[in-house]
Design a binder for this molecule. Structure first.
Ligand code: SKM
Length: 164
């Protein structure tokens, strides 16, 4: 089967759902952020500090194209949809699932998380702003949309499996 790309904002649950889905479907999972780190030997924070967001996006696009397009679950960086070529790549090569969550839920899940360079400072304002700017791009890429707000991991995975 074609790979399943999980997309969504930081804190939308891609990593957690990716692992649970991997067990349910018996498919391995890979993560685009982890691939970027593996390729460069640097953390995402270090890449943002050294090469800026533009440098990171170039590496992210390169890594996306090297991830398997069959029989894998691919969890993606929250901004992977910013590039039209990435949205197109995922649409053409896999099944794209958007994990949606309200800004309130996202803020709750990201409490104390210091690994997100784009959210340094006024986190609340930034989440609302970036999420609303990106929503059209997430919707453009997605084949399936799952609202994760106030749902258990089991419920989300069950819903997702029914809609694949
Ligand atoms: O890919 C990382 C990075 O921190 C950028 C990002 C974003 O733009 O939403 C999300 C993270 O997964």
């Amino acid at each position: 089967m074609k790979s399943i790309y999980l997309i969504g904002f930081m804190g939308s649950g891609k990593t957690t759902i990716g692992k649970a889905l991997s067990l349910s479907l018996n498919l391995p999972v890979m993560d685009s952020d982890e691939e970027v780190s593996r390729l460069t030997g640097k953390t995402i924070v270090e890449i943002f500090e050294g090469e800026g967001e533009v440098g990171f996006r170039t590496l992210e696009t390169k890594c996306l194209r090297n991830l398997p397009v069959e029989n894998f679950i691919i969890t993606t960086g929250g901004g992977i949809v910013l590039k039209e070529e990435n949205r197109q790549w995922m649409r053409e090569n896999g099944k794209v699932v958007l994990l949606d969550a309200s800004p309130e839920e996202i803020l709750k899940r990201l409490e104390g998380d210091k690994t997100r360079p784009l959210l340094i400072g006024e986190k609340e304002t930034k989440v609302v702003k970036i999420l609303s700017e990106r929503m059209p791009l997430y919707l453009d890429a997605a084949d399936v949309i799952i609202d994760t707000t106030d749902k258990s991991v089991e419920t989300i995975v069950e819903e997702l499996m029914n809609r694949l």
